[in-house]
Design a protein around this ligand. Structure first.
Ligand SMILES: [Zn+2]
Length: 270
């Protein structure tokens, strides 16, 4: 049994923001404001036996509502990778923000794995309050509810080993059950941080993102990422939204022309 996977990072959307918009209470740092790019990704974890998808991107409606640019439909990108959303066995949900669970309705037979605290929060009254509501996606939540009624939702607390070489770890902070995924590849251990750190700078300079459910837990989550990168000897950190991602990793080889410029990878597909 192969316990190494290839990670494919798909860039499906983009926008230009400002540093003041993306870093929490930016005035604290006494630095000038400046434009900062924000890219939107989802992630595929695969080998000869298994294919898992981490997050499903924003939907066209969810992106338009917030003036985000969609570069390629996430489900189209998946099909170009040879993955049919309707037959995929497992979708991992790092957290239930609009840009991570849009398009979930296309995954009609997948098991959905999400931290119990994350699911419970988005089904609670607090999710309707303006600061949280801003990041919510009704269609994605409806798809989650449908999956739950069909017995396709697997929840966990703390951490869950999904397969040998793939672990999902709840860190909280950005959202109540924000999770990261740790994957063993032929090029070492990869941490798919999703929005536990949107940017490399967010972790390197200890600067929390503008949207937090719990600031103390956000700092603790950054510490947790440092622990995973240090003590556990992970080789590669993949952040949730950093535009430098496509300079850091190499283009995925042998892909259809329509996917060119949209996919980079870590590890070989064995
Ligand atoms: Zn995000």
């Amino acid at each position: 049994v192969d316990e190494h996977y290839q990670v494919v990072i798909v860039r499906y959307g983009t926008r230009t923001a400002t540093r003041r918009e993306v870093y929490l209470n930016y005035g604290v740092y006494d630095e000038p404001d400046a434009p900062i790019g924000m890219d939107y990704f989802f992630w595929v974890i695969r080998n000869g036996q298994h294919t898992l998808v981490l997050d499903t991107g924003f939907s066209r409606a969810g992106g338009e509502k917030r003036q985000r640019t969609m570069l390629i439909e996430p489900t189209s990108a998946l099909r170009l990778l040879g993955i049919g959303p309707e037959e995929l066995s497992t979708v991992l949900i790092s957290h239930a923000h609009y840009d991570h669970i849009g398009n979930l309705a296309a995954f009609v037979s997948s098991d959905l794995v999400i931290a119990e605290g994350e699911l419970a929060f988005w089904q609670s009254e607090y999710a309707t309050r303006a600061q949280f509501r801003h990041s919510a996606d009704d269609a994605g939540m409806a798809a989650l509810a449908t999956a739950e009624s069909e017995g396709r939702v697997r929840t966990f607390t703390g951490a869950i080993s999904l397969l040998p070489g793939i672990e999902m770890v709840e860190v909280g902070g950005h959202t109540p059950g924000q999770s990261v995924v740790v994957v063993d590849t032929s090029e070492g251990r990869v941490v798919l941080a999703s929005d536990a750190t949107h940017y490399y700078e967010e972790l390197d300079r200890d600067m929390p993102f503008a949207f937090v459910a719990d600031l103390v837990q956000t700092y603790a989550g950054l510490d947790r990422l440092r622990d995973i990168m240090g003590e556990d000897g992970a080789s590669h950190l993949v952040t949730g939204h950093d535009p430098s991602t496509f300079q850091r990793f190499r283009s995925l080889a042998d892909i259809p022309a329509d996917l060119h410029g949209h996919a980079v990878s870590i590890g070989s597909l064995t």
